[in-house]
Design a protein around this ligand. Structure first.
Ligand SMILES: NC(=O)c1ccc[n+]([C@@H]2O[C@H](COP(=O)([O-])OP(=O)(O)OC[C@H]3O[C@@H](n4cnc5c(N)ncnc54)[C@H](OP(=O)(O)O)[C@@H]3O)[C@@H](O)[C@H]2O)c1
Length: 258
């Protein structure tokens, strides 16, 4: 029996559906208006698709924020009592206002590494959601990565940090490749070394759970090459720059959510 439906079979909806069936949560139903997308989704074992929500089945909303209001009335008509929205900037109160008072709403901010099962998501309860609803939301998003719990007001900062964070890392990757090439490396070599360096460093952070400052000191001999490089970052106030980057993205998230 289908116990979960995903409204919106785009990038995030498909990634969630794939992650959930891979974790034994089949069958998952995806509601998607475009026949071409439905044809793709139907090729995934354990996934079914259609163009109307199923009655009474818990729903994940994975459509663009401006489309959210349009999908809420059909969900209300279908008698859906539990909803997890991953739409950026759409507040739980706005979602609740379109649904019957018995419907519980949880909101999440995921990020794109969810597409490869390595997402970082934060979830926050709406006014009527309880601990069991948060457990449910965590088990859904846990299929595509790690999940933390926050208050809804913190979701803007989450957006500024982990929501937009992958793009910060991609920019650093671009800069590292260009810098390697500027120092005489073949572009393909610089590209390969950059990708693996970021993966290796991220894996060390993740697997050891060690304080990043300790990991940094472990590879920084006094007077050595890494120290020479890091000194340039410190002179340029990288920490202050990153604080401004996250603050700007957080502020933009607040503006868009108004
Ligand atoms: N991608 C990310 O990294 C990321 C991160 C955090 C949050 N989010 C949030 O996740 C949500 C989905 O993002 P995405 O990147 O997956 O977008 P996307 O690829 O554009 O997917 C949205 C899907 O919803 C479909 N849709 C449109 N109207 C619909 C309706 N009335 N009923 C059901 N489905 C409908 C769209 O179909 P058509 O193409 O035919 O319109 C499309 O397939 C957004 O709200 C975004 O804010 C995404």
């Amino acid at each position: 029996m289908t116990t979960l439906q995903i409204i919106g079979g785009g990038k995030m909806g498909e990634a969630l559906a794939r992650g959930l069936v891979a974790r034994g949560r089949a069958p998952v139903h995806v509601v998607e208006p475009t026949p071409e997308r439905r044809a793709v989704l139907d090729t995934i074992e354990g996934v079914t698709s259609g163009d109307e929500p199923l009655p009474g089945v818990d729903a994940v909303i994975a459509v663009k924020p401006d489309v959210v209001p349009a999908v809420l009335d059909p969900l209300a008509r279908a008698g859906v009592t539990r909803v997890l929205s991953i739409a950026a900037g759409v507040r739980t109160a706005a979602i609740e206002s379109h649904l019957p008072p018995t419907t519980r709403v949880v909101r999440a901010m995921p990020n794109t590494p969810a597409l490869v099962g390595e997402g970082a998501a934060a979830i926050a309860p709406g006014a009527r959601a309880d601990a069991a609803d948060l457990d449910w939301a965590e088990s859904v998003l846990g299929a595509v990565g790690l999940v933390v719990r926050v208050d809804e007001d913190d979701l803007d900062a989450v957006t500024g940090l982990s929501g937009s964070g992958p793009a910060y890392v991609f920019l650093l990757a671009e800069a590292l490749v260009a810098a390697g090439v500027a120092e005489g490396l073949d572009p393909a070599v610089a590209d390969t070394l950059t990708r693996q360096t970021l993966l290796g460093a991220a894996t060390l952070l993740s697997r050891t759970g060690e304080d990043p400052a300790v990991l940094r000191r472990n590879v920084t001999s006094p007077g050595g090459t890494t120290a020479a490089g890091l000194a340039v970052f410190e002179e340029a106030d990288l920490r202050g720059l990153v604080a401004r980057v996250v603050a700007a993205a957080t502020a933009r998230s607040r503006e868009l959510g108004r």
